[in-house]
Design a binder for this molecule. Sequence first.
Ligand code: AMP
Length: 472
Amino acid sequence: MLDKFHEECGVVAIYGHPEASKLAYLSLYALQHRGQESAGISSSDGALISTHKAMGHVHDIFTNEVLKKLPGALAIGHTRYSTAGDTVERNAQPFSVHCNKGRIAVAHNGNITNAAELRAHLESRGSIFQASSDTEVILHLVAHSRERTMAGALRDALLQLDGAFSLVFLAEDRVIVARDPWGFRPLAMGQLEMSGGRPSYVFASETCAFDLLNAVYLNDVQPGEMVIVGPEGVTRERYAPEKPRAQCVFEHVYFSRPDSIVFGRSVQESREQMGKLLARQAPAPADIVVPVPDSGNAAALGYSEESGLPYRQALIRNHYVGRTFIEPSQAIRDFGVKLKLNPVRSLLEGRSVILVDDSIVRGTTSRKIVRMVRQAGAREVHMRISCPPTVSPCFYGVDTPNKSELIAANSTTEEIRRFIEADSLSYLSLDNLSRSVADDRGEYCYACYTGDYPTDFISIEQLVRAGKKAGC
Ligand code: AMP
């Protein structure tokens, strides 16, 4: 069964640089926060496409030896996180095939909401799939297309897709990138310093990758736009009619790095604004403002500035916690959170604390952190969340659990406050969230906070997951 509901990913593409795979590697390093389960790079020397992908973090996978086997001036890369069921190497990207249109590799960020239907149709016509990821569907659509050119076949394929996709393709002598017509997931275009007089281009999920490469951010690939970079230069074309924009607001709330420009706006600026508006909307009698690092840092800064209360880093994060660790056989209470966070008692003792985090999903993390802060001597703990209650799963590329596991889908704010054992709890309102990202024209998707999905097509399987499991 195609079970590809949550897939958080980062993508990159490099055109026209002699060390393309090295630059793709560095970009993936900068995009590691978008997925830590597997990573891969495909490169092309103009004729042959080479791919290396594996489970794990970027720095573990790509050694000098590996990168030497990825030659050429063109490359695409991918870093992926997905849920347990799909934790297998065959789902790692890029996917690469040799089909009737030539050699092609693809990497994808987002979720194709009609992938199950497309796959069933393709299988009935003889396609054989190797992985359960919906990205493979795109390659089969390209192979089946009657169009003769790669760009034509891609256009044909993209027009059959529903849902969220920011895609990077590598053909033998060109890089092609595209965004879905709603613009759910980001994809930015940059220019690298000239190499031998010819411009080199880079595309990435977030602009923090450009900074590392000394690339200049030019603009975003537009929703419904396809950009082809080949020997003839850059061609930009609208492959699909315009749809109402639905840029993922969660990129600004949590997912993207604060040093990135996403959808043309600074993520840091959005988060500080969320904190400021939260301070106006939900003040509390407190002594200090404490972020839950790193997700609450920028919003806490905004809250502190607006409220005039001092910002104190009273929770210290251990940045070196790996994926596996040895746990004592005698269970230590809340071991997982303690491994990651430790309170600074001297800052917390006897104080009334405003604790700022970006979101509450299941509620279990917040509960442990509130407990930790109280045990370190805080007199009162007031929890402030820089987005509205998360009430609906995402079908467009963010990892959210079933509705039944989303605490805010099944409890009132007062019930959640009691569960996390806080003295008070407030969420940023939807209006204030929209203000924080300067969404004057209604161009963002807020489905995880409203249940209002911008695309028509949500498969029965998905609706079951969104609704029935929660008993509604
Ligand atoms: P929970 O215990 O489920 O309430 O977890 C809440 C924490 O998970 C918050 O500190 C968030 O920063 C973080 N978080 C929220 N959404 C996601 C996501 N899609 N992927 C990973 N972490 C997340």
